[in-house]
Design a protein around this ligand. Structure first.
Ligand SMILES: [Ca+2]
Ligand SMILES: [Ca+2]
Ligand SMILES: [Ca+2]
Length: 445
């Protein structure tokens, strides 16, 4: 579904050339209070989600993640482009400067009649995020009238409209001002008042011509912006017009390449078309995620999680296994967790050799906030044992689960419990409080 025609069209921020009633507060660098990045992310954060834009060359970005906003009409800023859903304007492309040799390319074109076409993609209706360090590696196009953006809007846009839903502009820099990176927060429900932050690159440096990273560290009460890992702004509600702070709820992402309008002004004869916006990746790091990456997933809830499909990332990241050896050697022989065949319909393999203190992580995407029935498929040939599951904050989500003897290591039974889960991406951690049972799969319904 496109925004065009069925919902208000959220504008991009009007910043640089705005007048009359628009309050633009430019605040420069608070290094002292900023959180430094370590290995490209805040300490204690791990990769929770990414799109590396590494699909088939020439294809559109993953449609399970991104949808196209289409249409023209200025998008609230008198912009000149018409956004189209067409790989000619938005596709995966080979790029030797990209970390993995591939990037998303958005092309803004001008035809013989002077009409501009470009693309805008969003995760709206697909994925939303709340809190974390969110970063894109981007090659910005230069030129008067060129306006690339990587930004986020509140998931409640349709209910509350812009700007009350909130907006986080991680990159909102025009193609004729590439010695400065601009970021903005919008949140007030009175006009487009906002707080803007700007970072001017060191003398002689420019954002043109190569990849740079643009990040936001979004914590419940503060939002900080980064360019190439350098923090340049840290804001709280006190900095916002009317102390608005609509950032304690999920936001979706947008990437677009606008042409003209009240932000950058119109292109001039020096502006080269097509203008190309390149995005190597978008990554979301979250506190406590520890670097685990979904294996054969992420697993959708409601749905079934095979216990052998624990995350990738290895010892101490995706799992803790006491001897570091897969004793049965099945399925994932290089890993530590012990995976054996499961004599149970449609279940593949099972985790055995459970041992107190061992754990396994599973990256899941919860479809809606609410109550679920979780069913653990278990077998216990000996005396049985117990385990529980935690979310990424360490909260016990299941309570203690006792496994009674089932009369054999392949005599499977299901233990069900109610759980409450919140929508979005999470990492569930299955913690073995004792040994004495095998784990086959987990159902959520
Ligand atoms: Ca890439
Ligand atoms: Ca083991
Ligand atoms: Ca299984």
């Amino acid at each position: 579904m496109s925004l065009a025609g069925c919902q208000p069209r959220p504008p991009k921020p009007v910043v640089m050339n705005s007048g009359g009633g628009v309050r633009s507060i430019v605040t420069i660098v608070h290094h002292g209070s900023a959180i430094a990045l370590v290995d490209g992310k805040p300490a204690g954060y791990g990769l929770a989600w990414s799109d590396e834009f590494a699909g088939s060359t020439g294809s559109k970005p993953n449609t399970e993640t991104w949808q196209f906003d289409t249409g023209g009409g200025g998008w609230g800023n008198k912009e000149l482009e018409t956004y189209v859903d067409d790989p000619t304007h938005c596709r995966i492309t080979a790029d030797t400067d990209a970390t993995d040799g591939k990037a998303l390319e958005i092309d803004a074109t001008k035809d013989a009649g002077g009409h501009y076409k470009s693309a805008r993609i969003t995760t709206q209706n697909h994925l939303a995020f709340q809190n974390g360090y969110i970063e894109a590696r981007v090659k910005l196009p230069a030129g008067k009238g060129i306006w690339p953006s990587f930004w986020m809007m509140g998931n409640d846009l349709a209910q509350h409209g812009w700007p009350t839903c909130g907006m986080i502009n991680i990159v909102s820099t025009t193609g004729d001002q590439l010695t400065t990176s601009r970021a903005e927060l919008f949140g007030a429900n009175f006009g487009d008042q906002h707080v803007s932050s700007a970072y001017t690159l060191p003398a002689g440096k420019t954002l043109a011509g190569g990849y740079h990273t643009f990040g936001v560290l979004w914590e419940p009460d503060t939002i900080s912006f980064y360019v190439d890992g350098v923090p340049f702004s840290r804001k709280t509600a006190e900095d916002m017009p009317g102390n608005a702070w609509p950032f304690q709820k999920p936001f979706f992402m947008l990437i677009d390449l606008a042409v003209g309008g009240t932000g950058p002004g119109s292109p001039d004869p020096s502006t080269l078309f097509p203008a190309k916006l390149m995005v190597d990746y978008v990554r979301v790091y979250k506190k406590g995620y520890g670097g685990a990456v979904a294996f054969n997933g992420p697993h959708n809830i409601p749905g079934t999680v095979q216990c052998e499909d624990y995350d990738e990332g290895g010892e101490g990241v995706a799992y803790f296994d006491k001897d570091g050896i897969n004793s049965s050697g099945r399925y994932r022989p290089a890993d530590g967790p012990d995976i054996e065949n499961a004599d149970d319909p449609n279940s593949g393999f099972a985790i055995g050799w459970t041992d107190p203190g061992q754990w396994l992580k599973y990256t899941v995407v919860v479809g809606r906030t609410g109550s679920y029935r979780v069913g653990f498929r278990v077998a216990a040939g000996g005396e049985g044992g117990r385990f529980h599951a935690e979310d990424e904050t360490g909260k016990d989500v299941t309570g203690r689960i006792d496994v009674a003897p089932t009369g054999g290591w392949q005599n499977w039974t299901t233990i069900t419990r109610p759980v409450h889960l919140t929508a979005g991406r999470h990492v569930l951690k299955l913690v073995e409080d004792t040994g004495g049972y095998n784990l086959d799969y987990i159902t959520f319904s």
